[in-house]
Design a protein around this ligand. Structure first.
Ligand code: AMP
Length: 946
């Protein structure tokens, strides 16, 4: 509000005079939190009339001023202004502002850097003078407002001491950006009540030292035994281990049964051995390069995952560290998906039983976009997990050699977390007890508010990026200081000896004991449960060792299918459907009765309904999946009266399995990673991600490359995730035509994934059912149609759903005379219907059209069977809509040639396999409809004439 208006307001009011700014300031504090102002003022403000019943404390400053203007205009409403006469009363509000200043900006003066090299800008808000106070006021008593000091009045000196100790010690707490008042107050109370540093008993101190001994001991041991070998050591950040120990134990005391951890390579070996209890002897074998698993191609030791059970005050707790690729940060959404899957399995709606911990590097946290995506998903219906405990191993060197000023534009590496109002606890990694307290606070906050929280462990990296790297070339000053710096453990031992908690002998004995355990190849986690309770995790044994060719019966009783369809299309009273949606439901009723041919939407929905009926869980997320991008699905209906969603698939039976269909937020990378995490944790569920258009999956390429297509071979982790990718050349331009089939085919090897292009409703029905019913768990990549969703020829019958199966190759469907057939055109997807229409229109009778519906694993036997009637073949053509450098041509032609060669032994027909398709092209498709139509006509003609 402009000054003039303010002036008028006070002139016209008898809440006026020299007190104006004072009262307004006070009122602003009151609005934010009534406890922040002295009691008599609180009473006074409480009694003020309100505008439109506004009581929100989170109102902007201008609203407060308007409120006063309103009060001034309505003097008749018995507004009795407080008279502020004395200097003391004026200073009172300044003191309250000072308190606020420390809460908001104290962290900027906190002692966070163990190396003491950080240069921080001065913070005026923390100076007395900035608030109009001076050392002369230090002995003056003031009301303490909401300050957690145990008395309503205290001298300014005492208040300042409390504020400095609480907010400028080894923990810099950022929480005043949080909108929710309860959360802010919670932090104030927790921090101020212990002056930022709670008392810790001797037993806990010795335990912390033991954990630091383990942390430092392992790195020293590995450094001596395997000098110069890459291990991405934790040295400089050793307090991560006591921190994790406290997080895990404290979660256990809340009743947590499983914790999933994601982390990059720094410190991973330490966490594996000292937190998860991996046998050091196994780690040493890995250092020696031994092959530990017969299956798969394996991965380097600092990407390995691990699982174990540990004992906590609340009982046994299962720990799972996810396998991780080098691509920093991408594991976080995978962990989230795994956690959500475990919560769903346990029906853990309070989200206390399973907790995610994500450990990050400082520059990855500020640099990688997937961090923002993962934070953004944290409170959404589809992806929330009740709050993640994030830990940043902030060694103050970005990536390998970068300085913070080059790796971010924000003050802290953690600032991105503020987008979800997460509190951030920066803590000096060399103050082990502060780290311990930060861990407690983080867990308590997560359990209380079910939201993300961040611990920024400010530490350093004693060595280079890895042990073979020399860091002083690029970070000279930092490494001069590091050379002088005592280790975290040494600092803590010195402290405990000075406090009389341990003696030098006890300290040495502790270090020796740890080293001896390593020498003997013993487990070094005391809480490790030797005979773990296997009920805490899923048994994957039934899914191991299957081939894709294994028999699979996807038939379903016709009558039951009709019953289910009837139930789905019986919309409850009171649910009013929009006109076109009503028509879809009406048509589906007719399809169920056999009065209309079955279309894509019906068949797909029935795949889900029948699977649910057979006891399988179904989960689908993606862009607009409830309706389907092209409005074919309508699995989620929206009541036109009140907008409330109704999902018929969730109302099939009282005790039916879980069905989730959620529209995703506009992310591909984090969402696909999440669903990968879900699918690799829940073999009993059909898990589907659908892209709006197939090429949107480009944004998630790292997930496809590093998890979906290679995870089983690197890590032995099976995954039955299904990706539905709309694909088809319909003149919609370069971005909306191609799902980039060639990308997936290029990644195919060792039967790692399945790539299918179904062309009929019955095919999509059986394909989806097969994916879940068969015990094989392999990713399924599907090119799904757009115009085919409503194509008059792309139809099926009820009998085909009830009786059929997924056909990897669909043989010729018309009654051609095989002896006349001299040409076979093979194709996949929508172009089939163009070819079929052309052949029928032109009454061509010498050409059979075969559809390859599964491009990988290539269905060699089924293609042979489909070719077998044609003994007089002269020409074989592969027809595709995609340009030559795209689609299946380059990746699949050798499979086709092999089948042709086997079909006509001795001939050289396989060498003359012809290509009918678009010319090679840089863009996936042209942008002009007329060119598109021309190209399409040509390639269809070519198929019959080349
Ligand atoms: P977790 O709960 O992730 O620690 O998994 C417990 C155990 O189940 C692992 O040690 C594996 O033996 C097995 N397991 C978990 N996920 C998979 C998977 N996706 N594929 C195969 N086995 C798995």
């Amino acid at each position: 509000m402009q000054e003039g208006v303010m002036q008028r307001m006070w002139d016209s009011s008898h809440i006026s005079g020299g007190n104006a700014a004072y009262v307004e300031d006070l009122y602003e504090l009151y609005i934010r939190d009534p406890n922040e102002v002295p009691e008599e003022w609180r009473d006074y403000f409480d009694k003020l009339p309100q505008i439109n019943g506004v009581t929100s404390r989170d109102v902007p400053h201008s609203t407060i001023q308007e409120h006063f203007l309103y009060l001034a205009r309505n003097r008749t409403q018995h507004v009795s202004p407080a008279v502020v006469s004395s200097d003391h009363e004026k200073k009172q509000v300044l003191v309250l502002r000072l308190i606020n200043g420390y809460r908001v900006r104290g962290h900027q003066n906190a002692l966070l850097d163990p190396l003491k090299l950080q240069q921080r800008a001065p913070v005026p808000d923390l100076e007395l003078a900035f608030h109009g106070l001076s050392v002369a006021d230090l002995d003056t008593p003031f009301q303490t407002g909401s300050l957690f000091i145990g008395k309503s009045e205290s001298t300014l000196g005492e208040i300042l001491d409390l504020l400095k100790n609480t907010y400028c010690g080894s923990i810099g707490a950022e929480f005043m950006h949080i909108v929710n008042t309860d959360e802010r107050r919670w932090f104030q109370n927790r921090m101020e009540s212990v002056r930022g540093r709670p008392e810790i008993n001797a037993e806990s101190k010795i335990h912390l030292l033991e954990r630091l001994t383990a942390s430092e001991g392992l790195e020293k041991y590995l450094g001596t035994k395997f000098p110069g070998t890459k291990r991405f050591g934790l040295e400089g950040g050793e307090s991560l281990i006591p921190m994790l120990d406290e997080v895990i134990q404290r979660c256990g005391s809340y009743g947590t049964k499983e914790i999933c951890i994601g982390m990059a390579h720094r410190g991973r070996l330490n966490v594996l051995v000292n937190t998860l209890g991996k046998n050091p002897a196994d780690l040493f074998d890995e250092f020696e390069g031994k092959k530990l698993h017969e299956m798969g191609s394996g991965d380097v030791k600092y990407h390995q995952g691990f699982s174990s059970n540990v004992m906590t005050p609340g009982g046994e707790l299962h720990l799972a560290l996810s396998f991780n690729p080098s691509h920093l940060e991408i594991v976080s959404p995978v962990v989230e998906g795994s956690v959500r899957a475990r919560q769903d399995r346990r029906k853990d709606n309070d989200r206390l039983q399973v907790v995610p911990i994500a450990i990050h590097g400082d520059s990855a946290f500020s640099g990688q976009g997937v961090v923002m995506e993962t934070l953004q998903m944290s409170q959404t219906r589809a992806y929330k997990t009740g709050g993640t405990i994030h830990v940043i191993i902030n060694n103050q060197v970005g990536f390998t050699t970068s300085k913070p000023e080059d790796t971010r534009s924000t003050e802290y590496c953690t600032d991105v977390a503020k987008i979800v109002d997460a509190p951030i606890l920066h803590v000096n990694g060399d103050d082990t007890e502060a780290v311990f307290f930060a861990a407690k606070l983080a867990v308590d906050y997560r359990m209380e508010f079910k939201k993300d929280v961040v611990i920024d462990l400010v530490c350093y990296r004693r060595r280079g990026h890895n042990e073979a790297d020399e860091p002083s070339g690029t970070q000279p000053l930092m490494y001069q200081q590091i050379a002088r710096q005592k280790t975290t453990r040494t600092l803590y031992v010195d402290q405990l000896i000075a406090e009389g908690v341990v003696t030098e002998e006890e300290d040495k004995a502790m270090a020796n004991e740890y080293r001896n355990a390593l020498d003997n190849g013993q487990h070094v986690v005391k809480s490790l449960v030797k005979e773990p309770n296997s009920e805490l995790f899923v048994d994957w044994a039934p899914y191991l060792g299957h081939e894709w060719t294994a028999e699979c019966d996807t038939r379903f009783d016709l009558r039951r299918l009709q019953e289910l369809a009837h139930q789905l299309n019986e919309i409850p009273e009171g649910v009013v459907l929009q006109r076109q949606v009503g028509k879809i439901v009406e048509d589906r009723r007719k399809m169920a009765a056999g009065a209309l041919p079955i279309n894509w939407g019906f068949a797909e929905t029935m795949a889900y309904a029948t699977l649910l009926d057979e006891g399988h869980q179904v989960r689908m997320t993606g862009q607009d999946v409830g309706r389907g991008t092209f409005s074919h699905r309508h699995a989620v209906l929206h009541n036109q009266k009140d907008g409330v969603a109704y999902m018929p698939l969730a109302h099939l039976a009282k005790d039916q399995p879980q069905i989730d269909i959620y529209d995703s937020f506009l992310s591909e990378e984090a969402v696909l990673a999440f669903e990968y995490g879900y699918a690799t944790t829940t073999p009993g569920a059909l898990v589907i991600w659908e892209a709006q258009f197939g090429d949107f999956a480009n944004g998630a390429q790292v997930v496809i490359d590093q998890f979906i297509t290679s995870g089983e071979h690197k890590w032995g982790r099976l995954c039955g995730l299904t990706m539905l990718l709309p694909h088809g050349y319909e003149g919609q331009g370069p971005e909306h035509s191609s799902a980039r089939l060639e990308r997936y085919l290029q990644l195919c090897a060792e039967h790692n994934i399945q790539v299918c292009v179904p062309t009929t409703p019955a095919q999509v029905y059986h394909m989806l059912r097969r994916q879940q019913i068969r015990p094989l768990r392999k990713p399924l990549i599907v090119m799904t149609p757009k115009s085919l969703l409503r194509h008059k020829l792309a139809i099926s019958t009820l009998e085909e759903l009830a009786e059929g199966s997924f056909q990897t190759v669909i043989p010729e469907v018309d009654a051609l005379e095989p002896a006349k057939v001299t040409r076979v055109v093979m194709c996949s997807g929508k172009v089939y219907y163009d070819l079929l229409e052309k052949r029928r229109n032109d009454e061509i009778d010498n050409t059979a059209i075969l559809r390859i519906e599964q491009l990988y694993p290539f269905p060699h036997e089924d293609l042979l069977a489909a070719l077998s009637p044609y003994k007089n073949l002269k020409t074989v053509v592969w027809c595709q809509e995609e340009p030559m450098n795209q689609g299946a041509w380059y990746s699949s032609q050798h499979h086709m040639r092999r089948a042709i060669a086997e079909h006509v032994p001795g001939s050289d027909l396989q060498h003359h396999l012809k290509y009918a398709g678009r010319e090679a092209s840089a863009a996936p498709a042209c942008g002009y409809m007329s060119t598109h139509v021309e190209q399409q006509e040509k390639l269809v003609n070519d198929a019959f004439t080349l």
